[in-house]
Design a protein around this ligand. Structure first.
Ligand code: BT5
Length: 256
């Protein structure tokens, strides 16, 4: 998709600094924004992860949130994270010269060589006038990453490829590629009618399939072999007691 087609697909509001691009997108929705709006910030003072966790957000990395109004019937909204995951993996993998070490960790973390390069925070809220606002928040580490995270973190600048070292990939490059890719995958997804295609594509990037993983959840941890994801994007785990379907959690190869 070329730049003009992307410009037709989305509008863009850029900020030097925000608390959280997701919060700004949600506030815009409440104020009546018609949606298909990207909010991008150079840095965030209150970047958020899932479950109230913090997202380290200094300048030099990508912080972007896409606001969509009623993109699908409620039952299909959680699929949006996988649509975004596919778009993010596809666009960043192309930027790193198709390096197969670039993959997705369930549900939708961007990994490079077993370290977290980016994350996705999907949020949705009912609107006062009816309908729902959905926000896909995406962070990608381009120039820096935090240390001492439970899952090791990395940044594009660390990828030891001579061609990449000469021409570092900045947040603007990632954003351009991601935006084009997401516009396309949203069309393919067709508001939930074609999640099957998204699932197939997602599995091409999936890390850890066939391996023993531990899933850490608020109520404890569970271990098994990561078989696949089901038609709703839930993780299918096999173990001595048969198959289990996992809705949410954090995947580790070696739990902390
Ligand atoms: C995520 O959460 O991976 C979703 C991150 C989404 C961030 C974007 S940035 C634009 C938009 N605006 C926001 O406010 N948020 C979104 P989760 O899976 O919960 O991972 C959070 C955990 O990852 C933290 O508890 C840390 O351990 C670790 N972490 C924090 N900052 C990181 C970073 N920059 N890179 C890698 N890991 C990080």
């Amino acid at each position: 998709m070329d730049e003009q087609a992307v410009a037709r697909a989305f509008r863009l509001a850029h900020f030097e600094k925000l608390g959280s691009t997701n919060d700004e997108a949600l506030a815009r929705a409440r104020a009546g924004d018609p949606g298909r709006l990207w909010i991008v910030a150079d840095e965030q003072s209150g970047g958020r992860g899932r479950l109230g966790r913090t997202w380290s957000s200094p300048a030099g990395n990508l912080y972007a949130s896409l606001l969509l109004l009623d993109p699908a019937p409620p039952l299909h909204l959680s699929e949006l994270g996988f649509v975004a995951g596919v778009a993010l993996a596809e666009s960043v993998r192309a930027l790193v010269d198709a390096d197969p070490r670039l993959g997705i960790k369930w549900p939708n973390d961007l990994l490079f060589a077993e370290a977290k390069l980016g994350g996705i925070l999907l949020e949705s809220t009912p609107l006062p006038g009816g309908g729902r606002a959905c926000v896909i928040g995406i962070g990608v580490n381009c120039r820096s990453h935090p240390d001492n995270t439970p899952y090791p973190a990395t940044a594009l600048v660390k990828i030891g490829d001579a061609a990449l070292a000469e021409k570092p990939i900045g947040p603007e490059h990632v954003f351009r590629a991601l935006s084009a890719s997401l516009a396309r995958w949203l069309e393919v997804w067709a508001g939930g009618k074609e999640f099957g295609q998204i699932r197939v594509e997602w599995l091409k990037y999936a890390a850890h399939i066939g391996r023993t993983i531990q899933i850490v959840r608020p109520n404890g941890r569970i271990e098994g072999i990561f078989k696949s994801i089901d038609a709703q994007g839930r993780l299918i785990l096999t173990g001595p007691q048969g198959e289990k379907v996992i809705e949410a959690g954090d995947v580790f190869l070696n739990a902390p």
